[in-house]
Design a protein. Structure first.
Length: 343
């Protein structure tokens, strides 16, 4: 995986994200999410643009991003708010370069400092894009979906992505549901699909392409994400943590990378070695014991599964050490939330 400079320079915004705050936050976000310069000389017929993927927690946004990019760059789990950062993924095919922006699920239940930070990320991501993919579960529209829909302006083309179509047993129910959705927002197109179906992904790419402006590409054709390997290591630990603890561990647990050292191959033909030290941060002593597990078995498995996936993703050898620390109330502390890397 190659890395590049980030697309966005984050603006510092404060305050809650209630209904009356959204418009003020949008006007206050003086962000330039687009790269300062093109990486290649524009070629006639090339297209390139930003596509935001938005929706409530657990509707399949990260799974969709990974499928659109063609490789896993955003972590997934059943736990809400697994995605906590804006993840940019690039996919270049033919003359078109798609720059997808995955966002955290917009949180309306918990109002702590962590979720205020995550919600700002969502609001910022829809402020300067060429196309929005509004993801919902096919046949469903909840108050949480409505809250996200209220963030979307009318000037940016928006596709309704009716995801998880494979879970709908009576396809005849979709037509009246789509009519109801049409009354809720002026969607440009409706795309019933499953993010796990390759043909649906190919069809969605074809639909997205026509909304991107004709201009030179921003990235080299083989680049996949603007995120660093260090960031990907942190995310991979967090994914395994959530998957192996299930609903037992609160979503506020996080991961800090304390050390990320790269050693070149000792001999020709060998792979480079990454030495990683990571700290899992939890809020209570009981959570610490839960993560460590009986005789340390759970944290060993978290480390092993992280190592295997990172070696596959980064094409290198990985040595990883992990510790667990208790930091009570960190998710309610704005300064600590920022110090842990949340924007």
């Amino acid at each position: 995986m190659k890395t590049t400079k980030k697309i966005a320079t984050e603006a510092d915004t404060t305050g809650a994200t209630g209904p009356n705050d959204v418009e003020a936050m949008l006007s206050g976000l003086h962000r330039n999410m687009r790269p300062a310069g093109l990486v290649e000389t524009p070629v006639e017929g090339q297209r390139c643009g930003l596509i935001a993927i938005v929706g409530k927690p657990n509707v399949g946004k990260s799974t969709l991003l990974n499928a659109l990019v063609g490789q896993k760059i955003s972590i997934t789990s059943r736990k809400a708010q697994t995605t906590r950062h804006r993840i940019t993924g690039m996919h270049t095919v033919g003359a078109t370069q798609f720059v997808f922006v995955d966002t955290p699920g917009f949180q309306t239940i918990h109002g702590n400092a962590l979720n205020k930070s995550l919600n700002k990320t969502v609001v910022g991501a829809v402020a300067d894009v060429d196309l929005i993919l509004f993801v919902v579960e096919a046949g469903s529209f909840t108050p949480a979906d409505a809250r996200v829909l209220a963030l979307l302006g009318k000037n940016i083309p928006t596709l309704l992505i009716a995801n998880k179509l494979d879970n709908v047993h009576r396809r005849g129910d979709i037509a009246p549901w789509l009519q109801d959705m049409h009354a809720k927002h002026a969607f440009t197109e409706f795309v019933p699909m499953s993010a796990k179906n390759p043909k649906d992904i190919e069809r969605l790419l074809d639909i997205c392409a026509k909304y991107l402006p004709e201009q030179g590409w921003w990235y080299a054709a083989d680049e996949l994400t603007d995120r660093s390997e260090r960031f990907m290591a942190s995310e991979m630990v967090r994914e395994k943590l959530f998957r192996l603890t299930g609903d037992e561990l609160p979503y506020t647990s996080t991961v800090i990378i304390d050390k990320f050292d790269e050693e070149p191959p000792a001999r020709k033909g060998q792979k480079r070695l990454l030495r990683i030290a990571a700290t899992i941060v939890v809020e209570r002593d009981g959570h610490k014991a839960m993560v460590i597990g009986d005789k340390g078995e759970r944290i060993k498995r978290i480390g092993m599964e992280t190592r295997v996936e990172l070696e596959k993703l980064l094409d290198c050898k990985v040595f990883i050490e992990m510790w667990v620390k208790v930091r009570s109330g960190w998710a309610d502390d704005e300064a600590r939330v920022r110090s842990f890397g949340y924007e």
